[in-house]
Design a protein around this ligand. Structure first.
Ligand code: UDP
Ligand code: MN
Length: 260
């Protein structure tokens, strides 16, 4: 049996949430040995996500038989993105990812000891081959991410011996590991061996990945480049335009009354 990939996905309530999760779920239905840990940015599990996951489990039964775990963790008010804040102002998904890490550690006796942990945001686009690439991660594997850091592709630079020797990042190149959340995966052993390794609200935007990775590895020599020496893009940091719902205010009742 393949090692389990533990996907940690923070998600928050907004008009397009169900659409984003439907698209990500449809991708995951094609992947074997996945355990999807979905963490709502909320104090309580919502009906929308509970229903979604129940449907998703049923769909996956005769396909990839994905396991799901539904968690909640609300971002404290002072760290929440307000409607008119630019999206880069506050960190996003931080405490939710930590909640996923905590769950893995609390369930260390029941999880796949050969497992891999990957932080999969709900709005990115994932090529199915990405999951094959990360499946044999020994410590930390990494690969290019498309459409991030102000570039077509932000990626590790790799030599002929398949070692990471640097980065092409232009956005905050002073970062220790200048790669996106979608650009690396971690063997579960490292997560369990370093039980205090977490993300934090206390670093500037862009520094989450470096902050976590420096608690797990000592330098770039420990990185395992994937995707053909980091020359292939298998994940994109796509972002969804905020939907135009301007006409809703003209209605007496919302257009989705009694419609999930
Ligand atoms: N997210 C969250 N709470 C928020 C904003 C975002 O849990 O208040 C989640 C979101 O669903 C996504 C991840 O955190 O899975 C990263 O957020 P987003 O994709 O909006 O960030 P960006 O693409 O701008 O880095
Ligand atoms: Mn995103």
């Amino acid at each position: 049996k393949l090692p389990t990939i533990y996907l940690i996905t923070p998600t928050y309530s907004r008009a397009e949430q169900k659409a984003e999760l439907t698209r990500l779920g449809n991708t995951l239905l094609h992947v074997e040995s996945i355990h999807w840990i979905l963490i709502e940015d909320s104090d309580f599990p919502s009906n929308l996500i509970s229903n979604f996951l129940a449907r998703f489990q049923a769909l996956s039964k005769n396909r990839s038989n994905i396991r799901v775990t539904h968690l909640v963790k609300r971002t404290p008010i002072e760290y929440r993105t307000k409607l008119n804040d630019p999206n880069w102002l506050k960190p996003r998904g931080v405490l939710q990812r930590n909640e996923g890490l905590k769950w893995l550690r609390n369930n260390r006796n029941n999880i796949d000891s050969r497992g891999i942990v990957y932080f999969a945001d709900d709005d990115n686009t994932y090529d199915l081959r990405l999951f094959d690439e990360m499946r044999d991660t020994k410590k930390v594997s990494c690969w290019p991410v498309g459409l991030v850091g102000g570039l077509m592709v932000e990626r590790p630079l790799v030599n002929d011996e398949n070692k990471v020797i640097g980065w092409n990042a232009v956005y905050k190149p002073e970062r220790l590991y200048p790669l996106d959340m979608a650009g690396f995966a971690v063997n579960i052993t490292l997560i369990l061996k370093n039980p205090k390794a977490f993300f934090t609200l206390k670093v500037p935007r862009g520094f989450q990945e470096s902050y976590l990775l420096k608690q797990l590895i000592s330098d770039i020599s420990e990185l395992e480049p994937k995707s053909d020496k980091c020359t292939q893009v298998l994940v994109w940091h796509t972002r969804t335009e905020r939907p135009n719902l301007k006409q809703e205010v003209k209605l007496k009742r919302p257009s989705n009354e009694n419609i999930e």
